[in-house]
Design a protein around this ligand. Structure first.
Ligand code: UD1
Length: 354
């Protein structure tokens, strides 16, 4: 059997690593394709290094562009790869443009697709990722869900139940494996209490008045709780173009961090303030308070079971929740079932047994 994996953007790499390794342990022939959606050293290469993923066999080198351009380039270049490689099945991860592009190519060529992290829904179709999730799930033959809500969503959309497999969370597999290495990655100047911030969603960083008010609030927070803020390239660009760097002077801005270094900061953070999907899950596993600056989440289990609080785009909620956390009034959570470090093995058992 020949399995081809497609990855493209930062959050894909930590999901693919455990699946690749579990299939390797079952002696499956594998080919790793990188779309090139993320191409900076600190958005891509460093993750391969730290996660022990082999260098991609093929890099489509599509780079940045509008959604249509980026998706179209991947579709066009990936089709040639599938025709040449003739995989028995293709595994795609998460909800980025590379995911949906690869899935569509396979659907047209009648190559079966396995979607890791299927079934998640924010029910917000203004999010590019929601469109990617819906489309990918519709054309996939194996839908591996991280939580029961994923199964429910897929059934509601008419997906045949025998295609749906609740396997748990592969991102947590990587976290569990890497956690022991984080102690050595704690910066010597890390404050005892601090807020860790990431913002990169268009809804937060493309709305300049909103971004400006968030930066002002974070600056106020930093008077009590130092703010460490690794800045995504998209956000860096917006800050520069809108002349907002002055608003961020009180904050500790830094380049995007490698996996281990960011995880190390999460383990010590007093609060995490983010619009990321994966960080909502990682903080839930770690029991760290997470404030999600979005109106909705495709990962509701992190709020119902975990430590995640949706604060929406309301500055006063951010302020109030940070005050609660500083007073020690934090949300207590528990770890969802099957977020146990073995999700990828369950996937590999199913795929290698086909
Ligand atoms: C993508 C995913 C998003 C995920 C995020 C994690 C989609 C639709 N979005 O968003 O779900 O949460 O990755 O990072 O696929 N850039 C660089 N260097 C890079 C990559 C990007 O400078 O290595 C800059 C470019 O200016 C680019 C911008 O970041 O235009 C956005 O990159 P893109 O891949 O389009 O989307 P992300 O915002 O990273």
């Amino acid at each position: 059997m020949h399995i081809l994996h497609v990855v493209g953007a930062r959050p894909n790499f930590m999901k693919a690593a455990p699946v690749y390794s579990a299939l390797a342990a079952r002696n499956v022939r594998q080919t790793l394709v990188h779309s090139g959606q993320h191409y900076d050293f600190n958005m891509s290469d460093v993750f391969f290094e730290q996660l022990g993923l082999p260098a991609p066999d093929i890099n489509l080198q599509v780079g940045s562009g509008s959604h249509a351009q980026q998706t179209a380039q991947i579709i066009s270049r990936f089709e040639a790869v599938v025709l040449e490689q003739k995989p028995d099945l293709v595994v795609v991860y998460g909800d980025v443009n590379s995911t949906v592009a690869a899935a569509l190519v396979c659907a047209k060529l009648l190559v079966p697709v396995a979607h890791v992290e299927a079934g998640l829904r924010s029910f917000d179709r203004t999010m590019p990722e929601e469109i990617n999730r819906l489309m990918t799930d519709q054309v996939s033959s194996w839908l591996f869900t991280p939580s029961p809500d994923g199964n429910e969503n897929l059934k509601q959309e008419g997906v045949a139940p025998d295609k749906i497999h609740l396997v748990g969370n592969v991102m947590i597999d990587t976290l569990v494996r890497m956690l022991p290495q984080t102690a050595a990655r704690i910066p010597s100047d890390l404050p005892a209490r601090f807020a860790l911030v990431t913002l990169h969603r268009p809804s937060n960083v493309d709305d300049i008045p909103w971004l400006s008010s968030m930066l002002q609030e974070l600056s106020k927070i930093s008077a009590e709780l130092p703010v460490w803020f690794p800045v995504h390239p998209r956000t860096r660009e917006r800050l520069q173009n809108a002349g907002l760097n002055g608003h961020a002077q009180a904050l500790r801005l830094m380049d995007p961090l490698p996996y281990l270094d960011f995880l190390a900061l999460q383990t010590r953070a007093t609060a995490v303030i983010t619009d990321s999907g994966g960080i909502q899950e990682e903080t839930t596993y770690l029991g760290i308070s997470c404030l999600t600056v979005r109106e909705n989440t495709e990962r509701p289990i992190t709020a119902t079971m975990g430590t995640n609080t949706l604060v929406g785009r309301r500055i006063e909620r951010v302020r109030d929740e940070v005050q609660n956390i500083l007073r020690g009034d934090t949300k207590k959570g528990s770890i969802p079932p099957l977020w146990d470090g073995h999700a990828a093995e369950r996937i590999a058992d199913i795929l290698a047994g086909t």
